[in-house]
Design a protein around this ligand. Sequence first.
Ligand SMILES: [Zn+2]
Length: 390
Amino acid sequence: MATFSLPSFLVLEFTSMTGHHDIVHLMSRWCSSLLSELNSYPRYRIVSFGDATPPCLTPTSIKWLPKFSYQIAEIILNVLKISPNDDQSSIGLQIRDSIVTNLASNTFFLQNSDFKFEYFKNLYSLLVSTSMSIEKQHLAKLIFMLHLSKSDIDDRDEWSNLLQLFDSINFEELKEFEFADIIHGLFKQLKVNESITNLIEESVKEITAQNLLGFQLEEFLKNKLSLNLFNCEIVGLRGFAGIDSIYVNSVDLSSFFDKLSKPSIHRDTALGILKLEFIRIYIHEVTHVVVRKCLNDLNVSTPTIESKAKNINEAGVNSEEKLFGKRISWLSSVNYKFFNVKYCLEFLDDLLKGEKVEFDLDKSKCVENTNRIFSMAIDYEKPSFAQLEI
Ligand SMILES: [Zn+2]
């Protein structure tokens, strides 16, 4: 049973699409056990086939496999639980499986069966290249895809865009990121900031409806939580939650800073706003990380828990609101003529000094971010024209 750990549904589609040698090879391995074992495999259950009779899947039929035209009409999938405490290679394998099961049970794909499977090419390559070992860059892509596979994005272009561009996630050009030291320094400060830690703890308890997290949050943040700055071509991607880590898009932070750099704004002021934006991302993503650690499941979805707990739409936003009163758009705020930048920078100073502070939203005249969120542990917003022009 263990040999059949792959996304049959995806493999079948890919085979019909590409007919690539490797895929045929993989097909022969997986498909020989497909028909006999799939029905008893707990993760998949074939209910019916699109074509009347599925062809006999033996290695000898490999030569015509590329011509596969039938599709699995209906698959019932069980959502898998992934423990963040397992070892990395085992987590990696579980993530691979979960991405496919999540995608296959995602409402968008259930309702749009004509979605072009060529858009899954990059994902397929990732699944193939991570079947043996998983390095840092692959793990980042897998985790991103794990979150994305559960999102409630309902737009075709959005899906095809993200499914293609996630492959650009990399750690290679980081030397060009001029704020790396500032951001790493700030990250260290935030990890030991008592107010922020307490706020995250309180927020996670609300979200999970639990009285105890089951581990020492202070200790975890201080000694385990790490920051992965990455590059990526996805415009509007701020970051996402990892395993005992958060991923933050350095390209997005740089472009955020560029948009602030107007002659009317002093560089120090712009740096202060950049820090506030990073703090927002930090509490947002760390909340997702801690929720997953607390529930011992990387594959958890906040909307599913939320139905049990309070009226919480999004775990990360719940924490943002605890600190700032609302989900704030710092870019829009800076462009708002009544924005109280002085107050916000004083707040930042006090917060980083470790003082107990309470953000006064009215006084700050900050602008709320009302853009749509996509129910996933990824901080991503489709950039609007207005934002692009700022
Ligand atoms: Zn989120």
